[in-house]
Design a protein around this ligand. Structure first.
Ligand code: F0G
Length: 358
Protein backbone atom coordinates (compact mmCIF):
# COMPACT_ATOMS: atom_id res chain seq x y z
CA UNK A 1 0.00 0.00 0.00
CA UNK A 2 1.14 3.54 -0.61
CA UNK A 3 -0.03 7.07 0.01
CA UNK A 4 -1.85 8.98 -2.75
CA UNK A 5 0.70 11.49 -4.06
CA UNK A 6 -1.51 14.38 -5.20
CA UNK A 7 -2.77 15.00 -8.72
CA UNK A 8 0.46 16.36 -10.23
CA UNK A 9 2.44 13.23 -9.40
CA UNK A 10 -0.43 10.82 -10.04
CA UNK A 11 -1.16 12.32 -13.48
CA UNK A 12 2.29 13.69 -14.34
CA UNK A 13 2.09 12.23 -17.85
CA UNK A 14 -1.14 14.08 -18.61
CA UNK A 15 -0.19 17.53 -17.31
CA UNK A 16 2.20 20.16 -18.59
CA UNK A 17 4.85 19.68 -15.92
CA UNK A 18 8.52 18.76 -16.15
CA UNK A 19 11.52 17.98 -13.94
CA UNK A 20 11.84 21.78 -13.53
CA UNK A 21 8.37 22.07 -11.97
CA UNK A 22 8.41 22.12 -8.15
CA UNK A 23 5.53 19.95 -6.94
CA UNK A 24 3.57 22.01 -4.42
CA UNK A 25 1.05 19.54 -3.05
CA UNK A 26 -1.09 18.92 0.03
CA UNK A 27 -2.15 15.49 -1.25
CA UNK A 28 -5.23 16.70 -3.14
CA UNK A 29 -7.35 14.45 -5.39
CA UNK A 30 -8.07 10.76 -5.00
CA UNK A 31 -11.46 11.73 -3.59
CA UNK A 32 -14.17 9.12 -3.08
CA UNK A 33 -16.77 8.34 -5.75
CA UNK A 34 -19.66 7.23 -3.58
CA UNK A 35 -22.73 5.26 -4.72
CA UNK A 36 -25.91 7.06 -3.64
CA UNK A 37 -28.66 4.42 -3.28
CA UNK A 38 -31.19 6.99 -2.02
CA UNK A 39 -30.75 9.08 -5.17
CA UNK A 40 -30.78 5.99 -7.38
CA UNK A 41 -34.09 4.96 -5.77
CA UNK A 42 -35.57 8.41 -6.37
CA UNK A 43 -34.53 8.54 -10.05
CA UNK A 44 -34.10 4.97 -11.36
CA UNK A 45 -30.60 5.92 -12.50
CA UNK A 46 -27.28 4.63 -11.13
CA UNK A 47 -26.15 7.67 -9.19
CA UNK A 48 -22.62 8.27 -7.88
CA UNK A 49 -21.38 11.26 -5.93
CA UNK A 50 -17.83 12.59 -6.43
CA UNK A 51 -17.17 14.06 -2.98
CA UNK A 52 -14.75 16.90 -3.58
CA UNK A 53 -15.21 18.21 -0.06
CA UNK A 54 -12.65 15.52 0.87
CA UNK A 55 -9.79 17.56 -0.62
CA UNK A 56 -7.24 19.10 1.80
CA UNK A 57 -8.89 22.52 2.01
CA UNK A 58 -12.38 21.06 1.62
CA UNK A 59 -13.11 21.85 -2.02
CA UNK A 60 -12.28 20.85 -5.60
CA UNK A 61 -10.23 24.03 -5.95
CA UNK A 62 -7.18 22.20 -4.55
CA UNK A 63 -6.78 20.24 -7.82
CA UNK A 64 -6.37 23.42 -9.82
CA UNK A 65 -4.42 25.23 -7.13
CA UNK A 66 -1.66 22.60 -6.82
CA UNK A 67 -1.06 23.08 -10.55
CA UNK A 68 -1.39 26.88 -10.57
CA UNK A 69 0.89 27.43 -7.57
CA UNK A 70 3.46 24.89 -8.76
CA UNK A 71 3.65 26.62 -12.16
CA UNK A 72 3.71 30.06 -10.53
CA UNK A 73 6.70 29.03 -8.39
CA UNK A 74 8.37 27.45 -11.45
CA UNK A 75 8.06 30.83 -13.15
CA UNK A 76 9.55 32.62 -10.16
CA UNK A 77 6.39 34.20 -8.72
CA UNK A 78 6.73 35.54 -5.17
CA UNK A 79 3.07 36.51 -4.78
CA UNK A 80 -0.22 35.24 -6.16
CA UNK A 81 -3.59 36.94 -6.33
CA UNK A 82 -7.15 35.74 -6.79
CA UNK A 83 -10.72 36.94 -6.59
CA UNK A 84 -12.96 34.52 -4.77
CA UNK A 85 -16.35 33.64 -3.36
CA UNK A 86 -14.33 31.82 -0.69
CA UNK A 87 -13.05 28.41 -1.76
CA UNK A 88 -10.47 29.60 -4.25
CA UNK A 89 -9.10 31.98 -1.62
CA UNK A 90 -8.85 29.17 0.95
CA UNK A 91 -6.96 26.98 -1.54
CA UNK A 92 -4.73 29.80 -2.82
CA UNK A 93 -3.82 30.76 0.75
CA UNK A 94 -3.00 27.18 1.78
CA UNK A 95 -0.93 26.26 -1.29
CA UNK A 96 0.88 29.62 -1.39
CA UNK A 97 1.88 29.40 2.26
CA UNK A 98 2.99 25.78 1.74
CA UNK A 99 5.19 27.02 -1.12
CA UNK A 100 6.55 29.87 1.00
CA UNK A 101 5.08 32.64 -1.13
CA UNK A 102 2.51 35.36 -0.44
CA UNK A 103 -1.19 35.30 -1.37
CA UNK A 104 -3.53 38.21 -1.85
CA UNK A 105 -7.26 37.50 -2.00
CA UNK A 106 -10.10 39.78 -3.00
CA UNK A 107 -13.50 38.71 -1.70
CA UNK A 108 -16.93 40.35 -1.94
CA UNK A 109 -17.53 42.10 1.37
CA UNK A 110 -19.83 40.19 3.72
CA UNK A 111 -20.65 37.58 1.10
CA UNK A 112 -18.35 34.66 1.82
CA UNK A 113 -18.96 31.82 4.25
CA UNK A 114 -17.26 32.01 7.66
CA UNK A 115 -15.36 28.72 7.26
CA UNK A 116 -13.74 29.93 4.07
CA UNK A 117 -12.79 33.33 5.47
CA UNK A 118 -11.29 31.54 8.50
CA UNK A 119 -9.16 29.38 6.22
CA UNK A 120 -7.76 32.36 4.31
CA UNK A 121 -6.93 34.09 7.61
CA UNK A 122 -5.40 30.95 9.10
CA UNK A 123 -3.20 30.41 6.05
CA UNK A 124 -1.84 33.94 6.19
CA UNK A 125 -3.44 35.46 3.12
CA UNK A 126 -3.56 39.20 2.69
CA UNK A 127 -7.36 39.52 2.59
CA UNK A 128 -9.22 42.49 1.21
CA UNK A 129 -13.01 42.67 1.31
CA UNK A 130 -14.06 44.56 -1.78
CA UNK A 131 -17.20 46.69 -1.62
CA UNK A 132 -18.66 44.96 -4.65
CA UNK A 133 -19.52 41.48 -5.92
CA UNK A 134 -17.34 38.61 -7.16
CA UNK A 135 -17.38 39.87 -10.74
CA UNK A 136 -15.95 43.22 -9.55
CA UNK A 137 -13.26 41.35 -7.57
CA UNK A 138 -12.21 39.32 -10.62
CA UNK A 139 -11.95 42.40 -12.80
CA UNK A 140 -9.66 44.06 -10.26
CA UNK A 141 -7.57 40.90 -9.73
CA UNK A 142 -6.99 40.66 -13.50
CA UNK A 143 -6.11 44.34 -13.63
CA UNK A 144 -3.60 44.01 -10.78
CA UNK A 145 -2.00 40.88 -12.30
CA UNK A 146 -1.66 42.66 -15.66
CA UNK A 147 0.08 45.68 -14.17
CA UNK A 148 1.81 44.61 -10.93
CA UNK A 149 4.15 41.78 -9.86
CA UNK A 150 1.39 39.41 -8.72
CA UNK A 151 0.54 36.13 -10.47
CA UNK A 152 -3.17 35.44 -11.13
CA UNK A 153 -4.48 32.05 -9.90
CA UNK A 154 -8.14 32.38 -10.85
CA UNK A 155 -9.46 29.85 -13.37
CA UNK A 156 -8.77 32.27 -16.25
CA UNK A 157 -5.26 30.89 -15.64
CA UNK A 158 -5.26 27.68 -17.78
CA UNK A 159 -3.17 25.83 -15.16
CA UNK A 160 -6.24 25.83 -12.90
CA UNK A 161 -8.47 24.10 -15.45
CA UNK A 162 -5.67 21.64 -16.29
CA UNK A 163 -5.38 20.56 -12.65
CA UNK A 164 -9.12 20.28 -12.22
CA UNK A 165 -9.58 17.96 -15.21
CA UNK A 166 -7.95 15.18 -13.13
CA UNK A 167 -11.29 14.63 -11.38
CA UNK A 168 -12.69 13.23 -14.64
CA UNK A 169 -9.72 10.83 -14.90
CA UNK A 170 -10.51 9.52 -11.42
CA UNK A 171 -14.18 8.95 -12.28
CA UNK A 172 -13.22 6.98 -15.39
CA UNK A 173 -10.77 4.85 -13.40
CA UNK A 174 -13.51 3.84 -10.97
CA UNK A 175 -16.37 3.32 -13.44
CA UNK A 176 -14.26 1.84 -16.25
CA UNK A 177 -15.88 4.28 -18.70
CA UNK A 178 -17.36 7.77 -18.71
CA UNK A 179 -20.81 8.08 -17.10
CA UNK A 180 -23.84 8.89 -19.29
CA UNK A 181 -24.37 12.18 -17.45
CA UNK A 182 -22.08 14.34 -15.38
CA UNK A 183 -23.66 17.08 -13.27
CA UNK A 184 -21.79 20.02 -11.72
CA UNK A 185 -22.64 23.32 -10.03
CA UNK A 186 -21.69 26.28 -12.22
CA UNK A 187 -20.29 29.64 -11.16
CA UNK A 188 -17.43 30.72 -13.43
CA UNK A 189 -17.94 27.47 -15.40
CA UNK A 190 -14.28 26.57 -14.89
CA UNK A 191 -15.08 23.18 -13.41
CA UNK A 192 -17.71 22.41 -16.06
CA UNK A 193 -15.00 23.15 -18.64
CA UNK A 194 -12.39 21.11 -16.74
CA UNK A 195 -14.49 17.93 -16.52
CA UNK A 196 -15.32 18.22 -20.22
CA UNK A 197 -11.59 18.48 -21.02
CA UNK A 198 -10.71 15.51 -18.83
CA UNK A 199 -13.39 13.33 -20.39
CA UNK A 200 -12.43 14.50 -23.89
CA UNK A 201 -8.80 13.52 -23.27
CA UNK A 202 -9.83 10.13 -21.92
CA UNK A 203 -11.98 9.56 -25.02
CA UNK A 204 -9.12 10.60 -27.31
CA UNK A 205 -6.71 8.14 -25.68
CA UNK A 206 -9.26 5.32 -25.80
CA UNK A 207 -9.92 5.10 -22.05
CA UNK A 208 -13.67 5.65 -22.58
CA UNK A 209 -16.27 4.88 -25.25
CA UNK A 210 -18.20 8.16 -24.96
CA UNK A 211 -18.42 11.66 -23.57
CA UNK A 212 -20.89 12.19 -20.76
CA UNK A 213 -23.63 14.73 -21.35
CA UNK A 214 -22.39 17.68 -19.28
CA UNK A 215 -25.21 19.17 -17.17
CA UNK A 216 -24.46 22.39 -15.31
CA UNK A 217 -26.71 24.13 -12.79
CA UNK A 218 -26.77 27.71 -11.61
CA UNK A 219 -28.78 29.36 -8.85
CA UNK A 220 -31.91 31.00 -10.27
CA UNK A 221 -30.82 34.44 -9.04
CA UNK A 222 -27.43 34.16 -10.74
CA UNK A 223 -27.95 32.14 -13.90
CA UNK A 224 -26.23 34.00 -16.76
CA UNK A 225 -25.59 30.84 -18.78
CA UNK A 226 -29.26 29.90 -18.64
CA UNK A 227 -30.46 33.44 -19.42
CA UNK A 228 -27.81 34.03 -22.08
CA UNK A 229 -26.75 37.37 -20.64
CA UNK A 230 -24.67 38.84 -17.80
CA UNK A 231 -26.53 39.19 -14.48
CA UNK A 232 -25.62 42.57 -12.94
CA UNK A 233 -26.62 41.86 -9.34
CA UNK A 234 -26.45 38.09 -8.86
CA UNK A 235 -28.18 36.77 -5.75
CA UNK A 236 -28.42 33.38 -4.03
CA UNK A 237 -27.84 31.78 -0.64
CA UNK A 238 -25.30 29.55 -2.45
CA UNK A 239 -22.59 32.19 -2.02
CA UNK A 240 -19.93 30.09 -3.81
CA UNK A 241 -21.76 30.45 -7.12
CA UNK A 242 -23.04 33.99 -6.76
CA UNK A 243 -21.47 35.00 -10.08
CA UNK A 244 -23.07 37.06 -12.83
CA UNK A 245 -20.39 37.01 -15.53
CA UNK A 246 -18.68 33.57 -15.73
CA UNK A 247 -15.00 33.73 -16.66
CA UNK A 248 -15.12 30.48 -18.69
CA UNK A 249 -18.37 31.34 -20.50
CA UNK A 250 -16.97 30.69 -24.00
CA UNK A 251 -15.38 27.33 -23.07
CA UNK A 252 -18.57 26.26 -21.32
CA UNK A 253 -20.65 26.90 -24.44
CA UNK A 254 -18.27 24.68 -26.43
CA UNK A 255 -18.50 21.90 -23.85
CA UNK A 256 -22.28 22.27 -23.77
CA UNK A 257 -22.51 22.04 -27.53
CA UNK A 258 -20.08 19.13 -28.01
CA UNK A 259 -21.45 17.00 -25.17
CA UNK A 260 -25.14 17.66 -25.91
CA UNK A 261 -25.20 19.29 -22.51
CA UNK A 262 -27.68 21.29 -20.52
CA UNK A 263 -27.72 24.42 -18.34
CA UNK A 264 -30.48 24.74 -15.75
CA UNK A 265 -31.47 27.17 -13.00
CA UNK A 266 -32.54 26.08 -9.51
CA UNK A 267 -34.31 28.16 -6.85
CA UNK A 268 -32.67 28.65 -3.45
CA UNK A 269 -35.58 26.74 -1.90
CA UNK A 270 -34.85 23.65 -4.01
CA UNK A 271 -31.10 23.99 -3.37
CA UNK A 272 -31.77 23.79 0.38
CA UNK A 273 -34.20 20.88 -0.08
CA UNK A 274 -31.50 18.99 -2.03
CA UNK A 275 -28.99 19.87 0.71
CA UNK A 276 -31.28 18.15 3.24
CA UNK A 277 -31.79 15.11 0.99
CA UNK A 278 -28.05 14.64 0.49
CA UNK A 279 -27.30 15.05 4.20
CA UNK A 280 -30.19 13.06 5.61
CA UNK A 281 -30.62 10.30 3.02
CA UNK A 282 -27.14 9.79 1.55
CA UNK A 283 -24.94 10.86 4.49
CA UNK A 284 -22.86 13.41 2.59
CA UNK A 285 -22.49 16.92 4.02
CA UNK A 286 -21.87 19.72 1.55
CA UNK A 287 -22.15 23.46 1.27
CA UNK A 288 -25.30 24.79 -0.45
CA UNK A 289 -23.66 25.43 -3.86
CA UNK A 290 -22.71 21.75 -4.05
CA UNK A 291 -26.25 20.59 -3.34
CA UNK A 292 -27.36 22.15 -6.61
CA UNK A 293 -25.99 19.05 -8.39
CA UNK A 294 -28.53 16.95 -6.49
CA UNK A 295 -31.32 19.46 -7.14
CA UNK A 296 -30.41 19.45 -10.83
CA UNK A 297 -30.53 15.67 -11.01
CA UNK A 298 -33.96 15.56 -9.36
CA UNK A 299 -35.28 18.33 -11.65
CA UNK A 300 -34.06 16.59 -14.83
CA UNK A 301 -35.33 13.24 -13.58
CA UNK A 302 -38.78 14.71 -12.85
CA UNK A 303 -38.73 16.18 -16.36
CA UNK A 304 -38.24 12.65 -17.72
CA UNK A 305 -34.81 13.50 -19.07
CA UNK A 306 -32.76 10.86 -17.19
CA UNK A 307 -33.35 7.36 -18.61
CA UNK A 308 -33.76 4.46 -16.17
CA UNK A 309 -30.45 2.71 -15.56
CA UNK A 310 -28.34 5.60 -16.85
CA UNK A 311 -25.08 6.20 -15.01
CA UNK A 312 -24.98 9.66 -13.45
CA UNK A 313 -22.08 11.26 -11.60
CA UNK A 314 -22.78 14.32 -9.45
CA UNK A 315 -19.84 16.41 -8.35
CA UNK A 316 -20.36 17.94 -4.94
CA UNK A 317 -17.72 20.62 -4.81
CA UNK A 318 -17.31 21.83 -1.22
CA UNK A 319 -17.50 20.41 2.31
CA UNK A 320 -20.53 21.15 4.50
CA UNK A 321 -18.34 22.38 7.35
CA UNK A 322 -17.37 25.42 5.27
CA UNK A 323 -20.84 26.89 5.66
CA UNK A 324 -22.67 24.74 8.23
CA UNK A 325 -25.47 27.10 9.27
CA UNK A 326 -27.96 25.77 6.68
CA UNK A 327 -28.28 22.41 8.43
CA UNK A 328 -29.52 24.20 11.54
CA UNK A 329 -32.51 25.71 9.79
CA UNK A 330 -35.65 23.72 8.96
CA UNK A 331 -37.51 23.91 5.65
CA UNK A 332 -40.10 26.19 7.32
CA UNK A 333 -37.36 28.65 8.34
CA UNK A 334 -37.39 27.81 12.05
CA UNK A 335 -34.14 27.07 13.90
CA UNK A 336 -33.18 23.59 15.06
CA UNK A 337 -32.53 23.42 18.81
CA UNK A 338 -31.44 20.01 20.16
CA UNK A 339 -33.53 18.91 23.16
CA UNK A 340 -31.95 19.72 26.52
CA UNK A 341 -31.83 16.89 29.08
CA UNK A 342 -30.54 16.40 32.65
CA UNK A 343 -27.55 14.18 33.53
CA UNK A 344 -29.82 11.16 34.08
CA UNK A 345 -29.80 7.90 32.08
CA UNK A 346 -33.39 6.92 32.88
CA UNK A 347 -34.68 10.35 31.97
CA UNK A 348 -32.74 10.36 28.69
CA UNK A 349 -34.00 6.85 27.82
CA UNK A 350 -37.51 8.14 28.51
CA UNK A 351 -37.02 11.15 26.21
CA UNK A 352 -35.72 8.77 23.51
CA UNK A 353 -38.76 6.50 23.98
CA UNK A 354 -36.53 3.50 24.82
CA UNK A 355 -37.87 0.54 26.87
CA UNK A 356 -35.37 -1.07 29.25
CA UNK A 357 -34.09 -4.51 27.98
CA UNK A 358 -35.45 -7.12 30.46
N1 F0G B 1 -18.99 24.92 -6.01
C1 F0G B 1 -18.24 25.55 -5.11
C2 F0G B 1 -18.27 25.06 -3.70
C3 F0G B 1 -17.44 26.65 -5.50
O1 F0G B 1 -16.70 27.27 -4.60
C4 F0G B 1 -17.48 27.08 -6.84
C5 F0G B 1 -16.69 28.23 -7.28
C6 F0G B 1 -18.27 26.36 -7.74
C7 F0G B 1 -19.02 25.30 -7.29
C8 F0G B 1 -18.36 26.74 -9.16
O2 F0G B 1 -17.23 26.37 -9.89
O3 F0G B 1 -16.66 28.59 -10.76
O4 F0G B 1 -15.64 26.52 -11.71
O5 F0G B 1 -18.05 27.07 -12.10
N2 F0G B 1 -16.06 28.97 -6.47
C9 F0G B 1 -15.14 30.04 -6.89
C10 F0G B 1 -14.39 30.55 -5.69
C11 F0G B 1 -15.77 31.09 -7.70
O6 F0G B 1 -13.95 31.72 -5.69
O7 F0G B 1 -14.21 29.81 -4.74
P1 F0G B 1 -16.87 27.19 -11.19
Amino acid sequence: SRQWRGVLREYADRLDISAATPIITLGEGGTPLIPAPALSARTGAKVWVKYEGMNPTGSFKDRGMTMAISKAVEHGAKAVICASTGNTSAAAAAYATHAGITSVVLVPEGKIAMGKLSQAVAHNAEILQVQGNFDDCLEIARDLADNYPVHLVNSVNPDRIAGQKTAAFEVVEVLGDAPDFHIVPVGNAGNYTAYFRGYSEDLARGATTKLPRMFGFQAAGSAPLVLGHVVKNPDTIASAIRIGNPASWKFALEAHETSNGYFGAISDKLILEAHRILSAEVGIFVEPASAISVAGLLERSDAGEIPRGATVVLTVTGHGLKDPQWALRRADGSDVQPTSVPVDTAEIANVLGLQKVP
